[in-house]
Design a binder for this molecule. Structure first.
Ligand SMILES: N[C@@H](CCC(=O)N[C@@H](CS)C(=O)NCC(=O)O)C(=O)O
Length: 224
């Protein structure tokens, strides 16, 4: 039996944990728990993650929530000096980009995606979509510039920093990114990796199977 268990349907931020596990070639079990009362808010699940959110992992008895803490932990555990930067400065850069992704672009991309792709057309709010795009202009320029002179965020090699940022903004691949061509090329490069493609296939399948009521609940619960 595998010692690593990843909880969370691949449509959620569990996608991030699945991608890193695939990148690292880990043996793991995936429990595609649904959000809310159908899964993550049940007493059994709350005993694992009291936040009632996804994802969470249990690795040999060690419980960890927060998707990007999970990717950083697994990368450091299994690929220190590889996917996880070996130097102090490299590690700090990986943290920098991970925190940047969560604070600067996560919410904007999520709002854009819900109000452009995932909610039924009649329920999409154009004002929210426009505002989300406005919020993303400045950080997307920063990211575009960071990958304009080198293929990946930390240099010539793909690291967990790229995985975290690309995973957070993966839904932006459907946006018009012509104003940020380096970002566009970098994002496509990251998402074209074999492990990313496998994780994305799970995410797309989960997206396609998501009842519209669940999408509405995602928008409502998170005020998106
Ligand atoms: N900061 C957390 C956010 C986790 C989160 O909000 N997950 C969403 C799914 S993507 C969730 O479980 N939402 C359902 C809910 O809040 O009830 C992380 O990155 O892991």
């Amino acid at each position: 039996m595998s010692s690593l268990r990843i909880y969370g349907i691949a449509r959620t931020r569990a996608f991030r944990a699945l991608w890193i596990a695939m990148e690292l070639g880990l043996d793991y079990e995936h429990d595609p728990v649904e959000i809310g009362d159908a899964g993550a808010r049940t007493p059994e699940f709350l005993a694992i993650n009291p936040n009632g959110r996804l994802p969470v992992i249990v690795d040999d008895g060690f419980v960890l929530f927060e998707s990007l803490a999970i990717t950083l932990y697994l990368a450091k555990k299994h690929s220190n000096g590889g996917l996880y930067p070996g130097s102090l400065e490299g590690e700090a850069r990986a943290w920098q980009w991970s925190l940047w992704a969560v604070t600067e672009v996560d919410r904007g991309v999520n709002i854009w995606s819900l109000h452009t792709v995932r909610l039924p057309t009649a329920e999409q709010d154009q004002a929210k979509r426009t505002e989300a795009l406005k919020v993303l202009v400045a950080p997307f320029k920063v990211l575009d510039s960071a990958v304009s002179a080198q293929p990946y965020l930390l240099g010539k090699d793909f690291t967990v920093a790229d995985l975290n940022v690309a995973a957070v903004i993966s839904r932006a691949v459907e946006m018009d990114l012509s104003a940020t061509p380096h970002l566009k090329a970098w994002l496509e490069r990251c998402l074209d990796r074999p492990a990313a493609r496998r994780a994305l296939a799970l995410k797309t399948a989960a997206d396609n199977a998501t009842p519209v009521d669940v999408t509405r609940r995602i928008a409502r619960t998170n005020r998106l």
